[in-house]
Design a binder for this molecule. Structure first.
Ligand code: NAP
Ligand code: ZN
Length: 351
């Protein structure tokens, strides 16, 4: 199937308009005309080959909301006209132990990413949501609650589930003190979700001018992480810290804020490794340092339904696709309030 979108041909080239082929929709596939696609920092890491695994040309985008245009014979959960979502995965083996537990993101045979992934059945590469359409097996298509604005719901498909999954896994809730590190796309969803789960929520930021916004989003306290005095006041006090920072930084500054048996989970995936944390900061209080990858399909639907119930969406700045390269530069300066979303109607200006 013919598609038009924006992608990169080289690590050091800006994204530009390009045409490409997707697989012909099969009996289990949903053909979605894309309305909106969020801009995740992972898109930038991949477009610039910062993780060293990019196959060019790459069309990023894994926070996709669109309208179903057609469905295959065997599709039962979607019909033309439905609003549907696609997140970071479009396939997995479906028979390993992780898939059997609904943890497709940890598929023992490797899940297929929405972009820069190898198609499991038809060969070739996958291309993401900075495009007019996409073809996805119905098992990997999500329902968007009707009360949520579809553009502002798009970032839930990655930023939402990537923060929801660890908050649930480490059982965040009432009576707990929870830290969110970094107020970007993931971080602002982390605040909203931790707050909705009832935790006392503290934002750590390097940007003092985000203080007011953080409180509006649901933070009970805001700490400027470059201020040693403010940090020291929270020593040994956190049950859980979710670290969303997209750049190399000192993890010890946060480890020492955990109380006994506390956990810090890393979801930020910087290109440069962090300096190794001090072992004694783990040993002395039996603290944990952990990681977490997006979330399974069932949990992604659970998160969307939770957001529907609590009226939670992303705070977005809508851009035409022609502004994607400027948006990337602003993201690198932590100048996003708090997720860019591409309005795919702007693709109509491309020939
Ligand atoms: P983002 O919107 O750019 O937000 C990152 C935030 O980190 C910034 O807004 C900034 O917040 C803070 N930050 C940036 N540079 C910093 C530095 N040098 N020191 C300290 N803080 C810094 O990015 P995002 O889309 O939320 O993604 C965050 C990271 O998560 C990326 O690496 C992305 O690839 C990764 N990711 C992982 C998963 C997963 O499954 N694990 C899924 C999606 C994304 P302040 O201004 O508040 O300091
Ligand atoms: Zn993402």
């Amino acid at each position: 199937m013919q598609s038009i979108g924006y992608g990169a041909h080289r690590a050091d080239a800006p994204l530009q308009s390009l045409r490409f082929e997707r697989r012909t929709p099969g009996p289990h596939d949903v053909h979605i005309d894309i309305l909106y696609c969020g801009v995740c920092h992972s898109d930038l890491h991949t477009a610039r080959n910062e993780w060293g695994n990019t196959v060019y040309p790459v069309v990023p985008g894994h926070e996709i909301v669109g309208r179903v245009a057609a469905v295959g014979d065997q599709v039962s959960r979607f019909k033309p006209g439905d609003i549907a979502g696609v997140g970071c995965m479009v396939d997995s083996c479906q028979h390993c132990s992780s898939c059997a537990e609904g943890l497709e993101q940890y598929c023992e045979n490797g899940f297929v990413g929405t972009y820069n992934g190898e198609e499991m059945h038809s060969g070739g590469m996958t291309y993401g949501g900075y495009a007019n359409n996409i073809v996805v097996n119905e098992k990997f298509v999500l329902r968007i609650p009707a009360n949520l604005d579809p553009a502002a719901a798009a970032p839930l498909l990655c930023a939402g589930i990537t923060t929801y999954s660890p908050l649930r896994h480490w059982k965040v809730g009432k009576g707990q003190k929870v830290g969110i590190v970094g107020l970007g796309g993931l971080g602002h969803m982390g605040i909203k979700l931790a707050h909705a789960m009832g935790a006392h929520t503290v934002l750590f930021t390097t940007s003092p001018d985000k203080r007011e916004d953080a409180r509006r989003l649901g933070a009970d306290e805001v700490v400027v992480s470059r201020n040693a005095g403010e940090m020291a006041a929270h020593a040994n006090s956190f049950d859980f810290i979710l670290n969303t920072v997209a750049a190399r930084h000192d993890l010890d500054a946060f480890m020492v804020l955990l109380k006994r048996d506390g956990t810090m989970t890393l979801v930020g995936a910087p290109a440069e490794p962090h300096p190794s944390p001090q072992v004694f900061n783990l040993i002395m209080k039996r603290r944990h340092l952990a990681g977490s990858l997006i979330g399974g399909i069932a949990e992604t639907q659970e998160m969307l339904d939770f957001c529907g119930e609590h009226d939670i969406v992303s705070d977005i700045e809508m851009i035409p696709i022609q502004q994607i390269n400027t948006a990337y530069e602003r993201m690198l300066k932590s100048d996003v309030r708090y997720r860019f979303v591409i309005d795919m109607a702007s693709l109509q200006n491309e020939t």
